[in-house]
Design a protein around this ligand. Structure first.
Ligand code: CTP
Length: 480
């Protein structure tokens, strides 16, 4: 049998062992021996009995919920994805209970950690009852360390969701702190972390929070919310409300690739990139669209199993894998290609189509001459989105447009939704300050007949995956 010395243990384990040993008045070696003896001799029933006794002995809310708790680490159905939900201490914690339900409705296993502050708002009992799993609260809890331990908690999840993420949790994570179970798990995990911040607007706007946010985004965390609205504090409004549980669930699903196969058998058309409208054989009118967002949507739809036709203007991004790409130049070509690709279940119009073309493009290069600057007469291009949305025979079930705006983003998007006859508009800020045009990230607002949902700044791939999850849910008629 291999021999292990305390010295060989990793620092984290050593620290816990030291603490446990000190608490139990044993040397570290004795403590390790006790743990091993227990592990070897106790049968599963005895372990459960011990945990039960511990549960009963523990002060209220300190350890595990007395829920229909499954043994931690028990096998879930093969292929089930696991979410570790860290619930922070804020008034929005009550929404985390609904989030547990929403995640479970979507076939995910959920295990919860409640911070100390969270327990001021909700109890481990309710989180345990809803998740059907033990709830963890304490870094130095011998019961949970013995059975699971924070390292296993951190590693056994497919995704870690922090909802609500308080300003304090953000600061801890940005600073790499690990002085309680939630922060230790966040530091120990190698899984994607999704934050759903919730705090007073002044706290959200504070330089320290924004600094932490920038650091966390750079570190690769994903973000959902916060949105704007009324706060729990009377008379307070602004950005800081936690995203709704459905939004968080959609973001979680998209991050763990749960959408795989969700669009199996569906036909999706996506337009992408700019159009080029010729002035003469060498010159054209164009815009700054890179095609990144449209191509990412086509790629995400294909990854979800859809049959995708991507009608793309001239771009420098590669063709997404598994997608039928039709390359076009002008708006008129784009309309023809989209019409040819119908029928479809869904059409997403992400292209930045030139609104006007030159009425009479010249067959030969226009030369400088005595006549002075040429006058370019423009004529309006067909509106591809509106044409398809108003096609009584071939209208796809879901017609989705983008609204590229530089001001009054939401109002203009709402007007566009009505004017163009589409189902959803993803409105994005394309002002130079927004950085969406040609950039890697996008801040969009999903405008539907039901209302407006503001998504956090995300990579274009994340926006695409989020959109595909929403499309799949809607086509499947999932509860909304
Ligand atoms: N669109 C289209 N065909 C056009 C113009 C726009 O299909 N000729 C689609 C875009 O792909 C996008 C939506 O319509 O999904 C809105 O595009 P946008 O440029 O924001 O709006 P416009 O209709 O051009 O209105 P405006 O420029 O006045 O804001």
């Amino acid at each position: 049998m291999a021999s292990i010395t305390i010295r060989q243990l990793d620092d984290d384990l050593k620290r816990h062992l030291r603490l446990r040993a000190a608490r139990n008045g044993r040397s570290m070696e004795d403590e390790a021996r006790t743990i091993l003896r227990d592990a070897a001799s106790l049968e599963a029933g005895k372990i459960e009995a011990r945990a039960d006794a511990h549960r009963r002995a523990a002060p209220r809310g300190r350890h595990v919920a007395d829920a229909p708790a499954r043994e931690a680490g028990a096998a879930h159905a093969a292929g089930t994805k696991h979410i570790l939900l860290v619930i922070g201490g804020g008034i929005a914690a009550y929404k985390a209970l609904d989030l547990i339900r929403r995640l479970k409705e979507r076939g995910l296993a959920v295990r919860c950690i409640l911070t100390k502050a969270a327990q001021e708002f909700i109890t481990p009992l309710s989180a345990g009852a809803l998740s059907g799993e033990r709830v963890f609260t304490d870094l130095f809890d011998p019961g949970s360390e013995f059975d699971v331990g924070h390292i296993r908690l951190a590693r056994e999840a497919d995704l870690v969701v922090v909802a609500p993420t308080t300003a304090d949790l953000m600061a801890k994570l940005a600073g790499g702190h690990a002085d309680d179970l939630a922060s230790a798990v966040l530091l120990a995990t190698d899984r994607k972390v999704l934050l759903a911040p919730a705090m007073n607007p002044h706290m959200w706007q504070h330089k320290a929070t924004q600094r932490n946010l920038a650091r966390l985004l750079e570190d690769g965390v994903a973000l959902v919310g916060p949105s704007a609205g009324e706060m729990a504090e009377a008379g307070e409004a602004g950005v800081g409300r936690m995203a709704e549980p459905l939004e968080i669930a959609a973001a979680a699903l998209s991050l763990i690739g749960h959408g795989e196969g969700a669009l199996e058998g569906r036909r999706v058309i996506v337009t992408s990139g700019p159009t080029h409208e010729p002035i003469d054989p060498v010159r054209y009118i164009a815009n700054r669209s890179s095609g990144k967002q449209g191509h990412a949507i086509a790629a995400a739809a294909a990854a979800a199993g859809a049959h995708v036709t991507l009608v793309s203007g001239p771009v420098n991004v590669p063709d997404p894998p598994g997608v039928a790409v039709v390359k076009v130049t002008t708006a008129q070509d784009m309309l023809a290609a989209v019409t040819k690709a119908l029928p479809a279940d869904v059409a997403v119009f992400a292209a930045a189509v030139a609104d006007w073309r030159i009425a009479k493009p010249q067959a030969n290069k226009i030369k400088k001459g005595a006549g002075g600057s040429p006058k370019l007469a423009l004529t309006e291009n067909p509106d591809i989105l509106a044409t398809v949305a108003h096609d009584a025979r071939k209208r796809p079930r879901l017609v989705i447009g983008f609204a590229a705006e530089t001001e009054h983003i939401i109002e203009h998007a709402k007007a566009k939704l009505a004017r163009k006859g589409c189902d959803w508009i993803l409105a994005n800020d394309v002002s130079a300050a927004g950085g969406a045009m040609g950039g890697e990230r996008n801040t969009v607002h999903l405008v539907t007949a039901q209302g407006v949902e503001s998504w956090p700044p995300q990579s274009k791939e994340e926006v695409a995956r989020g959109l595909i999850v929403r499309i799949a849910e809607t086509l499947a008629g999932a509860k909304r």
